[in-house]
Design a protein around this ligand. Sequence first.
Ligand code: ZN
Length: 385
Amino acid sequence: VDGQAQRPSRSGATELLRDLIQAASPNPPGDERAAAAVIRGYLAGIPGIEIEDAGVHPARPMIVARLRGRREGPALLLNGHMDTVPAGGRWTRDPFGAEIADGRMYGRGASDMKSGLAGLVVAFARLSEMRDELAGTIELHAVPDEEPGGHLGTEALLRAGRIAGDFAVVAEPTGLSVFRAQKGNVFADITVTGRSAHGSMPSHGLNAVSLAARLVTDLEDRLGARLAERTHPLVGPRTLNVGTIAGGTATNVVPDRCVLGVDRRVLPGESPQEALAELAAFVGDRGAVAATHLGAPFETAEDHPLVVAAQAAVASVMGVPRPCGGLVGSSDARFYADGAGIPTILLGPGSMDQAHIADESVPLDEVEASVPVFIDLARRLLARR
Ligand SMILES: [Zn+2]
């Protein structure tokens, strides 16, 4: 702990981030009760904030907190996930210690995304003191279970019909740049079928592992190359990755079955269903393609009022305008953008390069700056008319 660590933070976001990192919430196994208690404790007793638990599982709380401006107006939704990936890896620091060194805080979730969550919660509390100036509603969604896909978190909120609003901000780590696009994804299993035989007489069978190996090469060489020809200015090219392969039962048996797990990333403007159909057409009779997960991409227009307001908020707090970016991976933002049809951006402190790695960290000046950015954004969107 160096000298900077002793200095109390301007907003309180640093201290809240420390408490959230120390309230470990690795997923798997998935238990966000300690992290939720930190947030509830922080918001407790603040006038004008309504809090409910929208969780769908006892160990997986989901905080929905709401504050209303003095007049009617649009609804702004703020989303952050409380879970993290497990510590894993080879840490040189305590992954749940929230150590500070050289202006950075270290710990699992420091970037992805307890820092964004801390910034949102502090901004939300501050905004409750500005209710007289606001026309509209602000809703904070502190959700569980984002890392494996949001099933017990934001997706459950969507299925319950509880995602309604005009603007959504998901505070994933973007280095405080406005990300207004996100890739979608298609995960599919390709089952290749052969015919088994004794390993001493391979010509009597049809080797499914060999067929699958040729298919992998063809997928990469021809389909992958074709996909890479189209790119998006914010999220880059379409990609294809064969992530898993499983086949055969014993060394001395000609395998009759081999399954490939394929990950195809989808650009804004493409549909996952079309991408799946394209994959199936390419594979043809060489295998049976079955989707295991479809996630929709999204893009919010550069001139949409949400993007314009967010760009202005970032420029005002950071002193210089920054170009928009896009998320190459996936996040709960798709449940707001595609699921609920709400214009959505990603905006938060920290870097995706830090997500899921050992010695994950976040620059504390960015954590602190996120608070005025979120406040400024909310005030621009909910300015009393
Ligand atoms: Zn995240």
